[in-house]
Design a protein around this ligand. Structure first.
Ligand code: ADP
Ligand code: MG
Length: 220
């Protein structure tokens, strides 16, 4: 079973005036680490958002962990169970602590000992000592690591990261990326990272290039 299977995916915005994706086909094996590159506006985020069931395509099919998204009744549950998201601007909730932010996705799945588990995840990203800080009291790299811990809250099989290091300096960016790669190597998580940075892309085993809503290169 493929971790991700995308067939002839199309998506337009503004009543068809903007064609963001024009027939994308993509297969990703379980445990693979792929990077997606391409100029601004080429459709990278649109593709990632649809794989992550945050948006719906005009046509085409998407299967995630063997589940056809168009046939799922409860997409938010599927998202909570299978997918972890890391965005460029962390999207942490400002008035909650790091620990509380990590707990949020757990409510959708209902774990026992949520706080304990959230603390373990913060330990994993080396932030246990900052568990009770609010996002504004953390550095950019620390926020991004909280976002990674949050993405891991429900043990997702797939992590989708949209320019996760786009707002960080290169040293911090390396650190965040190493954490993501560690997950892929140690836990077998499937990792899809959208990036502008060639050194980030170089960490992946496969790089996909997208231009004007089509994949123009797919290589190992
Ligand atoms: P990338 O992530 O590669 O920079 P996007 O996927 O964000 O590109 O955008 C692809 C195209 O679709 C762009 O022309 C963008 O302006 C447009 N687009 C993306 N999301 C929306 C939206 N919600 N409404 C209208 N246009 C959008
Ligand atoms: Mg984008």
């Amino acid at each position: 079973m493929k971790a991700i299977e995308v067939r002839d995916l199309r998506k337009s915005f503004d009543s068809g005036r903007i064609r963001a994706l024009n027939g994308v086909n993509l297969e990703v094996d379980g445990g693979e680490f792929i990077s997606i590159m391409g100029p601004s506006g080429s459709g990278k985020s649109t593709l990632l958002n649809m794989i992550g069931a945050l948006d719906v395509p005009d046509s085409g099919t998407i299967c995630v962990a063997g589940r056809d998204l168009s046939r799922e009744r409860d997409l938010s549950r599927l998202r909570a169970e299978e997918i972890g998201f890391v965005f460029q601007l962390h999207n942490l909730i400002p008035n909650l602590t790091a620990l509380e932010n990590v707990e949020i996705p757990m409510f959708a799945v209902k774990h026992e000992n949520m706080e304990e588990r959230a603390m373990e995840l913060l330990e994993y990203v080396d932030l246990a000592d900052k568990a009770h800080r609010k996002p504004t009291e953390l550095s950019g790299g620390e926020r991004q690591r909280v976002a990674i811990a949050r993405a891991l809250a429900n043990d997702p099989s797939i992590i989708l990261a949209d320019e996760p290091t786009g707002s960080l300096d290169s040293r911090t960016s390396q650190r965040v990326l190493r954490k993501l790669r560690e997950l892929q190597e140690d836990e077998g998580v499937t990792l899809v990272v959208v990036t502008h940075e060639p050194d980030v892309a170089a960490m992946a085993s496969r790089t996909i290039r997208i231009l004007d809503g089509v994949i123009v290169d797919d290589g190992y």
